[in-house]
Design a protein around this ligand. Structure first.
Ligand code: CTP
Ligand code: MG
Length: 184
């Protein structure tokens, strides 16, 4: 196994890793469910999901993808269509990350969990699942090349293993900075 087989899947996931906590920094304003309540009497999503957080977070994560694509575009060996394809993939992943987060909030509310309540598993993996699933649907060949082909699968395993660790560390940081109400 080559070191880049571990590194490439991780680097490729970074725009999604950046998108999720960036939503915390951007968050505020109009909630995505506009305050509406579902049939079960609970909020559809709750005040923890706002439009500003969604688009601010996704675009912040995507900006890292733009940086990657610019680097790729500067390499003379990479054709323009590859750069474009990468841009699209990172957009899908950054928005997919926050779509996963929104979906998890929907599930949490249906389970009767209040905003900010702990949902082990869901809290740590919602954004990763959203990003990877949407990429796999949008560009299966690229998903395979970056996460599954050959020894890249070990890099994917590494991503899966370190995601809860990174999630915990970043949330603790956000909590200490007074940006997050709960350290999870
Ligand atoms: N946030 C936001 N919009 C989003 C996602 C996050 O404004 N689309 C902000 C909110 O201020 C939210 C904070 O980031 O409170 C932390 O995000 P998260 O932990 O995902 O939300 P919770 O407050 O825990 O709410 P939930 O239980 O619905 O996940
Ligand atoms: Mg939370």
């Amino acid at each position: 196994m080559l070191p880049q087989d571990l590194l490439v899947p991780f680097l490729f996931t970074l725009p999604a890793y950046v998108a999720n906590p960036s939503a915390v920094l951007w968050g505020g304003g109009t909630p995505m469910d506009f305050g509406r309540v579902a049939r079960d009497g609970r909020r559809i999503l709750g005040d923890g999901k706002t439009w500003r957080g969604f688009f601010g977070g996704a675009l912040t994560g995507f900006s890292l993808g733009v940086f990657y694509a610019v680097l790729d575009g500067m390499s003379s060996t990479s054709p323009t269509w590859v750069t474009g394809r990468l841009l699209l993939a990172f957009a899908v992943m950054a928005f997919g990350a926050l779509a996963g987060d929104v979906l998890a909030a929907f599930v949490k509310r249906r389970l009767g969990l209040e905003r900010g309540a702990r949902a082990p598993g869901l809290d740590q993996y919602d954004f990763l699942l959203g990003a990877l699933l949407l990429l796999a649907l949008a560009d299966p060949a690229l998903f395979t090349a970056f996460y599954l082909a050959g020894d890249r699968i070990y890099g994917l395993l590494l991503v899966i293993v370190i995601t809860p660790v990174l999630h915990r560390a970043v949330n603790l940081l956000g909590y200490r900075m007074g940006r997050k109400k709960e350290p999870w």
